[in-house]
Design a protein around this ligand. Structure first.
Ligand SMILES: [Zn+2]
Length: 302
């Protein structure tokens, strides 16, 4: 009995000493006019965050939330003590040849106009698709805008394909396929933990330390359903949840890598500068997930 108690104290102490810090960020938001579950999904995520005492940041994009109703739903984040950043208007991909710097800056301004008066707003900009420019002009032009407007880049340290797992989630949900949903839940949580460990490993191998992480998720049905399980699993594996303001104080978020095309996870960019081999591009995409899904018994056609 005593041995057991001592062991459990040691385990709790070691998880405190070696805990890795992580903050949650949620992108896009949903449009209640095109998605009947938008309000419910938003409420469920907020409820789980509250129940677990976790403060997060949401990065809404005007084109994803639609009009006033969508904005009202997003404003609830700020009212509940979370942060709200800027994810622009049209969700533009800065690496696309037909997206000009001028158009992109207008798009960022429009996001600022829409969100800056909301309670909880912080001047942080999340690049759609994590694409930060395919030319020096675009990359540095946006960085100049950020600095002139006292903005911080809403960078991500841990990227993951939750949008892809969400597509499968909706497919199985529509078919009422509970067996596949159970498998998907295991696969999804394993995927998120794997990505977290992978990006943390990149940091330790390059910078020599585990930074304060920011995980990229989306305001989507899969997270409304399983966020509580995700938080529990991360806690079990030695991760500790912190708020986004604390996370963004880590000096890695001040680094502006001079990579081209610029973007992806900040740790991915840093690893590229350090010449770490076998970095896939784009860093996260659906095909990379097929083997994980197969491992959990889901027969996914490539
Ligand atoms: Zn987005």
């Amino acid at each position: 009995m005593i041995k057991k108690v001592i062991l459990s104290i040691c385990l709790s102490l070691s998880s405190l000493v070696f805990a890795k810090d992580i903050a949650l960020s949620f992108d896009d938001g949903l449009n209640p006019e095109s998605n009947l579950d938008a309000l419910q999904i938003n409420n469920d995520i907020l409820k789980t965050l509250k129940a677990n005492n976790v403060s997060a940041i949401v990065y809404p994009s005007i084109s994803k939330i639609g009009g006033k109703q969508g904005l009202d739903i997003i404003s609830e984040w700020g009212k509940q003590g979370h942060r709200i950043g800027n994810h622009g208007n049209l969700h533009l991909n800065l690496n696309k040849g037909d997206v000009t710097l001028t158009d992109y800056l207008v798009d960022m301004e429009q996001g600022h106009q829409a969100f800056s008066s909301l309670q909880g707003f912080v001047p942080r900009y999340r690049f759609p698709f994590l694409k930060e420019g395919n030319t020096v002009e675009k990359r540095d032009g946006v960085r100049e805008w950020l600095s002139a407007h006292k903005y911080q880049s809403g960078a991500v340290s841990i990227d993951a394909s939750d949008w892809y797992y969400n597509q499968l989630f909706l497919k199985y949900k529509n078919k009422n396929d509970q067996e596949s949903l159970d498998k998907l839940k295991q696969a999804y949580i394993a995927h998120l933990l794997d990505r977290a460990e992978y990006y943390d490993g990149l940091a330790v191998n390059t910078l020599g330390r585990s930074p304060k992480h920011i995980l990229l998720l989306h305001v989507r049905a899969i997270n409304a359903a399983w966020l509580g399980d995700i938080i529990n699993s991360f806690n079990q594996y030695g991760w500790r949840f912190i708020d986004s303001d604390t996370a963004y104080q880590d000096s890695i978020y001040q680094i502006q890598p001079k990579t081209l095309p610029a973007g992806e996870s900040i740790l991915w960019s840093i690893a590229q500068i350090y010449g770490v081999g076998k970095l896939r591009y784009p860093a996260e995409d659906a095909p990379y997930e097929y083997s994980n899904l197969n491992k959990f018994g889901l027969d996914i056609e490539p």
